[in-house]
Design a protein around this ligand. Structure first.
Ligand code: NDP
Length: 302
């Protein structure tokens, strides 16, 4: 039997419906919508598409968005000034700087400049630290938390399972592993992280109950590498030239056609993890707004 297709688009749509209701509750309590500032430095076409999708989804769920385009030659100091202005603006709840920034700008410095309370990407040191320590969930890393929600809402339990995460980036692989290893009902997995220096990569993948591929290499994971019935989550987004159609198209890090007859369940690309990342960003914007209000109310009471 071919794998069950995990429909990220449908699951993201139901999360966005939940977010829409939370936005309404926030608005009725505080008289304004949660607000997200999205900075795009430069004119990278893929980044422009991502930013457009984020801003469109904000409109769909009722979040106020402020798109801030900046020229590719914007000096780092000007970007840091903009972030400082948004940090100080009480009507802005979340700040996102679309990655990658031009090479002339130090991305780590930019991440550090964002107020952790407004860090809706969950990239800054204190938010990553909170994630690792566990406990109350606040701002969550969008793609890894999207993967966790995809699994949970598809009825896939991670508890006690062998999960192999391929890739160790700060955006996907590392926070993914940190989330999966937590003692939590939707996690509790036994996690192995493999990367470009891993020896016997195929052996690790072959014993995985759940494979999460975040490598950035088109169709890297072959069907023959998977254990029969494995759940396969494909984070990869790779643009390739399709000789049949003469056009570019998106493929994942997993060879979908080969994996389909072997896997128990699999996410497609597009329509798998991608929509979940945006849905979790929306959720983070509302969480940031609520937590900021909670902190402000607590400070007022003192
Ligand atoms: P990075 O390039 O930052 O990281 C890639 C990781 O894969 C690195 O840890 C690297 O190892 C590892 N790797 C590379 N080659 C191999 C190999 N041959 N064997 C084993 N490991 C290897 O990528 P990201 O994590 O940012 O993104 C990964 C993919 O996910 C990309 O396609 C990206 O577009 C996509 N993505 C999708 C998102 C979504 O919303 N769906 C969001 C974010 C990313 P090493 O550390 O040793 O170099």
């Amino acid at each position: 039997m071919p794998a069950k297709i995990i429909d990220g688009k449908a699951i993201a749509a139901s999360i966005n419906e939940e977010t829409k209701r939370e936005v309404e509750i926030f608005r009725s309590k505080y008289g304004r919508a949660p607000a997200l500032a999205v900075i795009l430095v430069g004119d990278d076409p893929a980044s422009q598409v991502y930013v457009r999708n984020k801003i469109r989804t904000c409109a769909e769920v009722g979040i106020r968005s402020e798109g801030i385009p900046m020229a590719a030659d914007t000096p780092e100091a000007a970007l840091l000034d903009k972030i400082a202005e948004l940090n100080a603006d009480d009507t802005i709840d979340g700040i996102l700087v679309q990655s990658p920034v031009p090479e002339t700008i130090d991305e780590a410095r930019v991440i550090r400049a964002i107020d952790p309370a407004k860090d809706v990407d969950c990239f800054c040191e204190s938010n990553v630290g909170k994630l690792l320590i566990g406990g109350e969930r606040g701002l969550m890393p969008c793609t890894p938390f999207g993967v966790l929600e995809l699994l949970r809402r598809s009825g896939v339990s991670c508890r006690g399972k062998d999960v192999v995460v391929i890739g160790r980036s700060n955006i996907v692989g590392k926070p993914m592993a940190a989330l999966l290893m937590q003692k939590a009902p939707d996690a509790d997995a036994t996690v192995t992280v493999v990367h470009s220096a891993t020896e016997h990569l195929a052996e690790h993948i072959a014993r995985a109950d759940i494979v999460i591929a975040a490598i950035g290499k088109p169709r890297f994971v072959k069907g023959a590498m998977l254990k029969k019935g494995a759940v396969v989550i494909d984070v990869g987004i790779n643009r390739i030239f399709d000789e049949k159609t003469g056009k570019n198209r998106l493929v994942g890090d997993v060879d979908f056609d080969e994996a389909l007859p072997v896997a128990g369940a699999i996410t497609p690309v597009p329509g798998g993890v991608g929509p979940m990342t945006i849905a979790m960003l929306m959720r983070n914007a509302v969480t940031a707004a609520n937590l900021r209000r909670r902190d402000a109310d607590a400070a007022e009471k003192k």
